[in-house]
Design a protein around this ligand. Structure first.
Ligand code: SAM
Length: 158
């Protein structure tokens, strides 16, 4: 059974079609905010989706049973952790080791970030992960320089 961990369950509908087409039948969504999980639950119930388990969990302190995933998806959680007023550098380090714990060897990590560039993410996950693909995202130009509005990157656990 293919297993996927989603750190953004309220966005699950946008990922579900893709994951279902890829054969994922065991999908877990987590957030440490009970209200985010409540919102996700109401969406999932409304849509009649049955193959998603939602849990209130802190990604940095996950229980042992939340491990062995083939795919982990994040949109905005690393960004939120990075903006923590309290020990953000240490929490980012914890994030990388938590990710390593939840993924199987050769498992994939899909991250979308509006705080970090693809190059910065590559540096963040340089130990234990290799770059698989940088996905195309919208571009903008300002003051003669151009960049991307968000970064979307796929890493593979080595
Ligand atoms: C910027 S929001 C992104 C929400 C959603 N993915 C989206 O794109 O609209 C960040 C989310 O990460 C959650 N979060 C932050 N730190 C977390 C942690 N350590 N463990 C689990 N969830 C966390 C917050 O509760 C929040 O729902």
């Amino acid at each position: 059974m293919l297993r996927c961990l989603i750190l953004e369950p309220e966005m699950v509908l946008s990922w579900l079609n893709l994951l279902a087409k890829l054969g994922f039948s065991n999908i877990t969504g987590i957030d440490y905010s009970p209200s985010a999980i409540q919102l996700s639950r109401s969406i999932i119930e409304k849509e009649g989706l049955s193959n998603i388990t939602l849990k209130v969990e802190d990604f940095l302190h996950l229980p042992e049973e939340l491990s062995g995933f083939q795919v982990c998806v994040d949109k905005g959680t690393l960004d939120a952790i990075s903006l923590s007023p309290d020990g953000a550098t240490e929490k980012r380090r914890q994030y990388v080791s938590a990710l390593s714990r939840v993924l199987r060897p050769e498992g994939f990590f899909l991250i979308t970030s509006c705080n970090w560039t693809a190059e910065e993410l590559r540096n963040e996950f340089r130990e234990g992960f290799e770059l698989f693909e940088v996905l195309p995202t919208p571009k903008f130009s300002f003051g003669g320089r151009s960049g991307n509005t968000v970064a979307a990157v796929v890493f593979q656990k080595t």
